[in-house]
Design a protein around this ligand. Structure first.
Ligand code: CUA
Length: 326
C-alpha cells in the first residue's frame, strides 16, 4: 500500500516498520499542530480588544494545568522514543546469516563486489526475502549510500568501513542515490537496485564468465604480498590470522580491541598502530600498494579463516582464555 504519491514504495522489512512509525509521528505532530492552532485562534478571537473580555496576565501558575497537559505529552513522546530506539537497534544489529556484499564509493560511482567475485558498477542485484549486509568504504571523499525504497541510508567513509543491512521484500527496480554532496557530479552518482526472484538471482550471480571469489582473490593477494611468510607456519614472526576475525586481540599496551573489518584494514595499512602483544613492530606498511578492492578481498579472505587446532597453539594467552570462556 502506498498512501501518498510522494512516499517511495516500501520494499524492505525495515521500510514497512519505518513507515508505521513515520505515519504515527505525522499523526501526533499533525494533531498537536491542529490543537495548538485551534486554541490559539479561539483565544485570539474571544479575548480580542474591544470585547471587554481582555484579561491582564496575573502571573499565577496553575500546577494542575501544567501536569495535566505535560503528562499526556510525556507519554506520547515516550512511545516515540521506545519505538524509534527499537527500530534503530534493529537497523544496527546485523543478522549472522546475512549475505555480505562489498561496496566502494568513488567520485562518482558505486562499485559493488559480490562474495563470489562478481562485480557491478552503479547496479546492485539482490535476491528477494534474503538478509543482505553491505560492507562499504570510499576511495576518496564521504559519500552516502541511500535506497529510499528500503528506507535505509549510511555514510560511506574513506579509510574505514561502515555497514548496512536490509531484507528486500518485493521484486523490482529501485533507485540508489548518493546522499552526501561529494563534488561536481554528486547528483549523477546514482544507480539501480534490482531485486530478483531467488532462482533468477542464483542464475544471475553464477553468470557465464569465469569468476574468482573474493576470498580466493584475497588469498592470491595474501600470497603475492608474501603475507603468508610471516603469518603462517610454525616459526611465525607474526600472529596467525586463523580465527582472528570477530575475536578480541590483546595489544602490546594491554588494551583489548575487537578484530573487525576496520581493524584488519588498519593492520594492513598502519601495522604498528595496534600491535598484538608478544609481537614486534616488524611488518611494513602496505599503504599505496593495495587498492580498496584489494583491501576488501583481503578482509573477505581473513574473515573466512577459521581457527584450527594447530593455529590455536599460536593464539596469545588472552585469546586462549577467551576461547575457554565461550
Ligand atoms: Cu557521492 Cu555524493
Amino acid at each position: 500500500m502506498n498512501p501518498a504519491p510522494f512516499i517511495p514504495e516500501a520494499a524492505s522489512t525495515f521500510a514497512v516498520q519505518y513507515d508505521y512509525l513515520f505515519w504515527f509521528f505525522m499523526l501526533v505532530a499533525g494533531a498537536a499542530g491542529v490543537v495548538t492552532f485551534a486554541v490559539g485562534a479561539y483565544f485570539v478571537v474571544r479575548y480580542r480588544r474591544g470585547t471587554g473580555r481582555y484579561v491582564k496576565p496575573n502571573g499565577h501558575d496553575h500546577t494542575w494545568i501544567e501536569v495535566a497537559w505535560s503528562m499526556p505529552v510525556l507519554f506520547v513522546v515516550a512511545i516515540l522514543f521506545v519505538w524509534g530506539a527499537r527500530l534503530y537497534v534493529d537497523a544496527y544489529t546485523y543478522p549472522e546469516d546475512a549475505t555480505e556484499i562489498f561496496v566502494t564509493g568513488k567520485q562518482w560511482m558505486w562499485k559493488v563486489q559480490h562474495p563470489n567475485g562478481k562485480r557491478e558498477i552503479n547496479e546492485l542485484h539482490l535476491p528477494v526475502d534474503t538478509p543482505i549486509k553491505l560492507t562499504m568504504t570510499s576511495e576518496d571523499v564521504i559519500h552516502s549510500f541511500y535506497i529510499p525504497a528500503f528506507r535505509t541510508k549510511r555514510d560511506v567513509l574513506p579509510g574505514r568501513y561502515t555497514q548496512l543491512w536490509f531484507e528486500p521484500t518485493k521484486e523490482g527496480e529501485y533507485h540508489l542515490f548518493c546522499a552526501e554532496y561529494c563534488g561536481t557530479e554528486h547528483s549523477r552518482m546514482v544507480g539501480k537496485i534490482y531485486v530478483m526472484r531467488q532462482d533468477d538471482y542464483q542464475e544471475w550471480i553464477a553468470g557465464s564468465e569465469v569468476i574468482v571469489s573474493m576470498k580466493d582473490k584475497g588469498r592470491e593477494l595474501f600470497e603475492k604480498n608474501a603475507c603468508n611468510s610471516c603469518h603462517e607456519g610454525e616459526a611465525a614472526a607474526a600472529p596467525s590470522l586463523a580465527g582472528t576475525f570477530g575475536s578480541p586481540r590483546t595489544l602490546a599496551d594491554g588494551q583489548t580491541v575487537y578484530a573487525d573489518e576496520t581493524y584488519i584494514r588498519e593492520s594492513i595499512l598502519t601495522p604498528n598502530a595496534k600491535l598484538v602483544r608478544g609481537f614486534g613492530a616488524v611488518m611494513p606498511t602496505y599503504k599505496g600498494q593495495i587498492d580498496e578492492d584489494g583491501l576488501n578481498q583481503l578482509v573477505a579472505y581473513i574473515k573466512s579463516l577459521k581457527a584450527d587446532r594447530k593455529d590455536q597453539a599460536m593464539l596469545t594467552e588472552a585469546d586462549r582464555r577467551q576461547e575457554e570462556n565461550r
